[in-house]
Design a protein around this ligand. Sequence first.
Ligand SMILES: O=C(O)CCC(=O)C(=O)O
Length: 261
Amino acid sequence: MIDKPNQLKNNYDQQGYFVIRDYFNLAEISSLKEVVLKFHELWKKDNETFYKEEAFNSSLITGSEYLAFDDRVKLFNFISCKKIMAVIDTVIASKPSFMNTQLFFNPVNPEQKDFWHRDCQYDHEVEEQKIAIQETQVVHFRVPLFDELGMELVPGTHKRWDNEEEFNVRQEEQGRLSNESLSTGKAIKLAAGDLLVFSADMIHRGLYGMDRLALDILVFDPEGDFADYVDDDCLPEVSMLSQIEDPRIYTNTLDLKSIKP
Ligand SMILES: O=C(O)CCC(=O)C(=O)O
């Protein structure tokens, strides 16, 4: 299904990311687009002020708020289709578990600039972030629906701490701003049909511009204690499971949540 899975795994372990170009065909992307755009239009209407003033993403795309049963099943089947499971299984060897989805778009407000961060900085103080990057991390699987400028990543930072420039920019210390350029950053342009896999805790930023609308699928290794981050509503209902061809990533999360006290 995928060429050289060991090489992809090595790239991920060493660099914190890899891209598979032209992984999805036109039919797969247009069918995904149909469901995701339905969500996006309803979400924008329902969150008008937030969308116009500050938003650059939404989440819980698989939830029950904006999509009906059949569209949710369609989306669950895309997320856990053979092509994506082959990549997920390459990166997370044992019981990969579904966490959430996010949809990234361009902010309406032109003053909003793309900013460097590690996802863990929103949950942890600096000393805890140093520990978080040594532990199991959440993996993003980004599926761009249109050609876009893509992401800028700092290779290797899923495992190593920031240098001085990276830290000051990302944390906005010493008068630096999080949208300044980093000399260690690597821009990865993406086209509809590509799949970008990257660690949530590496230093990264989305690059605003073009028609960007990218679906990020977040998956975790159950070795990390992330089950509490999962909103029940973004998981399939029990009656949907029999309609999902390979529901492992969902049942793994459901198992983790039900064994919690
Ligand atoms: O695309 C973006 O705007 C940011 C992406 C990001 O931070 C993420 O996927 O964690």
